[in-house]
Design a binder for this molecule. Structure first.
Ligand code: LAC
Length: 229
């Protein structure tokens, strides 16, 4: 049985709903808010992967803004600079998924140290978590900024191990992004894939997550590991 001494969460999609910007997207794309939100998220991720491969780090916020420019052009939307800035700001005030606040509280009560490891900048992570009133739940809020490269580069995943001072086998890495869980598993973390939408496919890259759940509250109930501070 796995001996888990800390839990590290991905931020976007895992704890917070990236599509809570869909409502704001409706303002510039009436009737197409969710379509814009989904294309924007996919392009945002692609731009982080491309920047990493190019060896040209820039902030997650810039990748997000660049991705929005692409989407606005691709969908032929009449969004001016002010509207684009408003949409990017909406990314700083995402809503947590419904079960997240109570599940984090219970993990705190059980004494399990928690962290976030995200592509976001230090400023963005603090804003998103702070706006939701969840900052005190976490011992470490870890950004890719110190290593200037994005997930799934192993140097990013190493930040969790370094911060907690634990061997990777004792840190559960939790992500709703299958590609992120794959990268974390390749690094050597036990992984929990939060399959929120009941997708029927994980990444086909030769590995499986240690556990698959529908929400992070299920982490507490799993018998796949012993949780101990
Ligand atoms: C993050 C993205 C990958 O928070 O969801 O790092």
């Amino acid at each position: 049985m796995l001996d888990i001494k800390a839990i590290v969460f991905d931020l976007y999609g895992t704890l917070f709903d990236v599509h809570s910007v869909a409502t704001a997207c409706e303002a510039v794309a009436p009737g197409r808010g969710m379509e814009l939100s989904q294309l924007w998220r996919q392009k945002q991720l692609e731009y982080t992967w491309l920047r990493s491969m190019m060896g040209q780090y820039l902030s997650f916020e810039q990748a997000t803004a660049d991705a929005l420019d692409y989407c606005v052009a691709r969908l032929g939307l009449p969004a001016d600079a002010g509207q684009r800035a408003t949409l990017c700001d909406a990314y700083l005030a995402l809503q947590p998924h419904a079960e997240v606040p109570a599940a984090l509280q219970e993990l705190n009560r059980r004494g399990i140290p928690l962290g976030i490891l995200s592509n976001g900048s230090v400023r963005s992570i603090a804003a998103v978590v702070g706006n939701a009133g969840l900052a005190e739940r976490f011992r470490h809020l870890l950004s890719v900024e110190p290593v200037q490269v994005f997930k799934p580069d192993p140097r990013v995943y190493a930040l969790g191990e370094d911060a907690f001072g634990l061997g990777r086998q004792h840190i559960l890495f939790v992500s709703s992004n299958a590609w992120d869980a794959t990268g974390a598993g390749h690094f050597g973390y036990p992984t929990c894939w939060v399959n929120r939408n009941g997708a029927n496919t994980f990444e086909c890259m030769g590995s499986r997550p240690t556990l698959e759940v529908r929400g992070i509250d299920a982490i507490l109930a799993s018998d796949a590991w012993r949780l101990a501070a």
